[in-house]
Design a protein around this ligand. Structure first.
Ligand code: ADP
Ligand code: MG
Length: 527
């Protein structure tokens, strides 16, 4: 081989090496640019979701102000602040067997609780759930209510004669009816309209409890409908919106309970308000001077809420735009879909998630429990994240740093939700003067006020099952209230408040209505 050839080969190799290096460097630069774009999307998300304590306090104030407005006049706020006519909450001293019938959207449940009286808690509970046969949803009122009354009868008879209930003169039944009702007393409510596929026209504008009472009589059941607990419909939720039941159950266990919050598929809250603060219903008199108000807080809105383009798009794509703005930021129905939207945006900005996956464009494909599982994946290689990306979104083989990014997105979305929910709770406390500041209209300062022990009953699948959500919520509550005041505020988890709570409410109304058990009642404390 001549020298010239050698030189030629060497030069050739060098050129090739340079080319390869060039390509590698080019790729790296490109990939760095891609990553930078993705980081930009993340940064924007983080900024958009920012919930500094200052911002949360603005949300607290806005919630309290909207509560005032909703109580001042019908339609005065996005918060409906519905009267429930529940002015008497269970005290824990109720005794005996009580029933509840819970008519939701697709199922109805019959429940029985055995209450042991002072000092003891719920001794036994039975729940039976049945689907509602679709033909009854559009038939006659008689058919529907006879069907339910028969189920109640079967349920009652199955109990046998050995239990304590056989000595109870008349059985009491709480009725949870999850359709829009205009309530005028704890027992009377007029059906405004049917929803969720029901259409029994003859019942519209009629007293709901009356239908049940008559059907029970037709079936020969000696039962009195003692309370009609109205829980309004949440658009997406198939189940009962059960804040009042939760409050009743919470108060049964702990008399310092002043409010209840549900954070499940949807979100709502109720609390005990002074009747004289319910300005839209002048002259409202209750023996206790208080009444439970169902806030319908899912519809709360304030310009202080940190809103991103993902929220705006989610709202626009929903069947109820401009509605339920707060719920769309904090509840289980939506959190997974916000995360999906962020991942979609990142995948459009770059190919870090590999080739386009059509699954990413499917609304609600990433359910919140899956999002929670990714968020809480503590395996070093984030195998849960990898599995869900692969199985649910058909995104395979993404590197660890991308999986970490997904966890981060879940964190940002959940943290915001939990902190906003905490601000909502403090908003209620502020409205009733339990946030340590002496109430919204009072000029008193923190130091003048001795903070009373204050319990908020809380339930719902998101709160119960999603540890990170729960922890962020608690942390924010303390941040907003300050350590000292926060010590007096206790969030207590209840279980199955919707049905059990209605049965216990029936018990509480039964004892408050009877002449000889005055001591058994516990009126809602004026605040
Ligand atoms: P509902 O709101 O329909 O009455 P739940 O209170 O049980 O029912 O809440 C169910 C919701 O809770 C689900 O839609 C889901 O969003 C959320 N959820 C359930 N399990 C989990 C979980 N493991 N992690 C996060 N969210 C969950
Ligand atoms: Mg529920």
């Amino acid at each position: 081989m001549g020298r010239g050839v050698m030189v030629g080969v060497t030069v050739g190799v060098a050129v090739a090496a340079c080319l390869v290096a060039g390509v590698v460097v080019g790729k790296r630069v490109k990939s760095r640019r891609k990553w930078k774009r993705v980081m930009g999307v993340l940064r924007e998300l983080e900024e958009g979701c920012e919930t500094t304590v200052g911002r949360l306090k603005q949300v607290v104030d806005a919630m309290a102000v909207e509560m005032h407005a909703g109580l001042a006049s019908e339609g005065g706020s996005k918060l409906k602040m519905l009267l429930t006519f529940v002015d008497n909450l269970p005290s824990g001293s109720e005794k005996g067997t009580y029933y509840a019938l819970d008519l939701g959207g697709t199922n109805f449940r019959v429940l029985r609780v055995l209450l042991g009286g002072q000092g003891s808690s719920i001794l036994a509970k039975d729940v039976e759930r049945q689907p509602i046969p679709p033909h009854l949803m559009c038939g006659t009122s008689e058919d529907l209510f006879d069907f339910m009354a028969s189920s109640v009868k079967e349920f009652v008879e199955k109990e046998g004669n050995d239990s304590e209930s056989s000595v109870v003169k008349k059985k009491e039944l709480g009725f949870t009816f999850s359709f829009p009702v205009r309530q005028t007393s704890v027992l009377s409510g007029i059906l405004i309209k049917w929803t969720k596929g029901f259409a029994i026209e003859e019942m519209v504008e009629k007293e709901v409890a009356q239908y049940l009472q008559e059907a029970l009589i037709r079936k020969g059941l000696d039962m009195r409908v003692a309370v009609l607990a109205y829980f309004s419909l949440l658009i997406y939720s198939e189940q009962v919106n059960d804040t009042v039941g939760t409050l009743a159950l919470g108060h049964y266990h702990d008399e310092d309970t002043v409010a209840a919050v549900i954070i499940g598929t949807g979100s709502n809250a109720c609390y005990v308000e002074r009747t004289d603060a319910i300005i839209k219903c002048q002259g409202l008199l209750t023996t206790s001077g208080g009444m439970v108000v169902n806030m319908e807080w899912g519809n709360f809105w304030s310009s202080h809420l940190p809103r991103t383009s993902y929220d705006i798009d989610l709202d626009a794509d929903s069947p109820n735009p401009y509605d339920m703005g707060f719920e769309k930021m904090i509840s289980g129905m939506y959190l997974g879909d916000i995360v999906r939207r962020v991942i979609l945006k990142m995948s459009q900005e770059s190919d870090i998630f590999g080739p386009d996956s059509s699954r990413l464009s499917v609304p609600f494909i990433l359910r919140t429990p899956l999002m929670a599982a990714m968020h809480e994946d503590d395996s070093p290689e984030l195998t849960v994240v990898a599995g869900i990306l692969r199985e649910v979104l058909e995104i395979s083989d993404v590197p660890l740093k991308v999986r970490k990014l997904v966890v981060k997105i879940c964190d940002v979305v959940t943290r915001r939700a939990a902190r906003l929910a905490a601000a909502g709770i403090v908003g209620i406390l502020k409205k009733i003067g339990r946030d340590g500041s002496g109430g919204i209209t009072s000029g008193r300062t923190r130091s003048d006020v001795k903070m009373r022990r204050t319990v908020v009953a809380i339930e719902g699948g998101l709160y119960t099952n999603y540890t990170m959500f729960r922890e962020y919520l608690h942390e924010a509550l303390t941040e907003i209230l300050g350590e000292e005041i926060a010590q007096h505020v206790i969030l207590k988890e209840t279980e199955d408040g919707s049905g059990i709570g209605a049965a216990i409410l029936a018990a509480s109304y039964s004892s408050s209505n009877s002449v000889d058990t005055d001591t058994d009642t516990d009126t809602v404390q004026p605040l």
